[in-house]
Design a protein around this ligand. Structure first.
Ligand SMILES: [Zn+2]
Length: 385
């Protein structure tokens, strides 16, 4: 058992100062004062002056590696556990990406299982950029219904020079099979869409919805901040469907991309409901840096810590309250992905907790009821770290 005492708890709602009791893998009590009988084996953590927030949920991470667009030497490696722990991320959703041709869903699934064995929560999407998309059982719906870790489809590329430019019928079929698979498996069946930088990037999604019974909320389009005109379109799209911002690419392409923290505030001003907005890192994807002559000078992988950076900036620079700024990285993601035990600090929820100082630096962290970071020191590492 772990008792975290005297923390300002954001569930993400502001609960005031609370004691939080963890038993096994779950939160069992959130109260003003919890007193325990003598003789119990309880680890007590003093949370005075600190904030407790739900562990962040990152809905788009290339956990088994990605990249490769600069040749075989540019393939990114698998994501080690510490990348999540340093970022306050307790749940990831893995995906393949551009390379659905030489990489395999099986390695994403085994990586998700590996991360779970190391103590965090991991899920995945079936499929890749390409349509027809790679699957385990020959159909995305079969994968979603029968494989516990698979909660949706993606990232399917549209409006991009690397996309296989699926027809509207193909998109409808993917979304419909995801939906039926999700009904059978009790999942969300979300279709994570990689938006490229073609004009009118949301058009294929509007077309799919207009030509079928599929709802716009079946899709979770990501990279909606990749340039100004996509972002402008997202202001209208977001009134009807979900909008996801990528956090790891902004520091690399600050002249092209819209900063996620600023983007959230602008979407809200445009009338997009906060519940429609999410952020993900696109972590472990490749981020090529070019010099002014366009020559490739450096390849980096996207960092998960950029989610916490944007959360902090949404509060500190944009002036949103923590209980609002937290939703795009916790409760909104949990609800869109139907991860019913995630995204909230409340009794019965998984004990995924991050305790931060007022600059959103991680002081303590607990994933599935186990301490991962204590007094700013990482207690666990991945198997090969
Ligand atoms: Zn992408």
């Amino acid at each position: 058992m772990i008792l975290i005492a005297n923390c300002r708890v954001y569930s993400p709602q502001d609960m005031g100062t609370r004691d939080v009791l963890v038993a096994g893998r779950q939160i069992v009590a959130v109260k003003e004062k919890i007193s325990l009988p003598q003789g119990l084996d309880v680890q007590i953590i003093n949370g005075k002056g600190l904030m407790m927030i739900p562990g962040l949920i990152d809905s788009h991470v290339h956990i088994a590696g990605a990249g490769g667009e600069g040749g075989p030497a540019s393939r990114t490696p698998e994501m080690p556990l510490s990348r999540m722990l340093e970022a306050g991320v307790t749940t990831v959703v893995g995906c393949l990406g551009t390379d659905g041709l030489t990489r395999d869903l099986r390695s994403v699934l085994m990586k998700a299982k590996g991360l779970r064995a190391e103590g965090v929560s991991a899920y995945m999407y079936t499929g890749a950029y390409q349509v027809p998309t790679p699957t385990f059982f020959g159909d995305v719906g079969k994968d979603i219904s029968m494989i516990e870790e698979v909660i949706g489809t993606g990232e399917i590329a549209v409006s991009d020079h690397r996309a296989s430019t699926p027809t509207i019928t193909e998109l409808i079929r993917l979304a419909a099979h995801s939906r039926v698979g999700a009904m059978l498996g009790g999942k969300s069946g979300i279709v994570n869409i990689h938006l490229g930088d073609a004009e009118n990037p949301f058009q294929p999604l509007y077309d799919a919805v207009n030509m079928s019974e599929i709802k716009l909320t079946q899709f979770l389009p990501t990279h909606c901040n990749r340039n100004e005109y996509i972002f402008e379109d997202a202001k209208e799209y977001g009134k009807h469907g979900y909008v996801d911002f990528t956090t790891s690419s902004y520091p690399v392409f600050p002249d092209e991309e819209v900063k996620p923290s600023k983007g959230i505030v602008e979407l809200l001003k445009a009338g997009v409901p906060l519940g429609h907005i999410t952020m993900s890192s696109d972590g472990s994807g490749s981020l090529p840096r070019f010099d002014e002559k366009g020559k490739l000078v450096k390849l980096e992988t996207g960092g998960l810590t950029t989610m916490m950076d944007e959360l902090r900036d949404t509060v500190k620079e944009e002036g949103l309250k923590p209980e609002e700024a937290l939703q795009p990285v916790t409760s909104n993601v949990a609800s869109i992905l139907k991860l019913n035990h995630k995204g909230h600090v409340a009794p019965g929820m998984d004990a995924d907790l991050v305790i931060v100082d007022d600059d959103f630096q991680i002081v303590h962290m607990c994933a599935m009821g186990a301490m991962m970071v204590k007094d700013r020191k990482m207690l666990r590492k991945g198997t090969y770290e």
